[in-house]
Design a protein around this ligand. Sequence first.
Ligand code: MG
Length: 202
Amino acid sequence: MKIICIGQNYTDHIKELDSKQQEDPVIFLKPDTSILLKNQPFFIPDFSDEIHHEIELIVKINKVGKYIEEKFAHKYFDQISVGIDFTARDIQKKLKENGMPWEVSKAFDGSAVVGKWISKSDFDLNKIDFSLTVNDQIKQVGNSCNMIHSIEKIISYVSQFFTLKIGDIIFTGTPAGVAKVCENDKLKGFIQKQQLLDIKIK
Ligand code: MG
């Protein structure tokens, strides 16, 4: 399986990072080795002094697809959750300055946290509230209505380049509020009031 991530999908986050909005979705990949194993803590890696949390709505692909039309994209997933796209911001900054690919800062082991999957059927996909707390304080709040590119658009766009396969996961981008994590922090991720993710930083 592969993890496809969308960058710069919320205006408020683009502003906080001083990035420039692109016309097309910004895409990068994480390998399957980036998934943080269930019930494991996240260990801050030695190579970074600035690991940021990015809470994101995620969807799991349930059908093989290529060149998926936007109007049919909803047929390609039935489960959603929240995930964390951990980012070595210090490294990413250097890579960006040099016009280099981001992978080292984004796709390292443990950088993809995947929450408990729930059925999308209980939600209006264009109006899903999600949030992240750090030590029980709210740090990031998002709503899918503020996405620049909708989930359907993302699936359609991405499938022009990559065949989507069963079990692939799409991270749909983070809202504002990204910040550094510290040892002993406890992070919890929610869709509306439902807690779907709970990890400790070590
Ligand atoms: Mg992200």
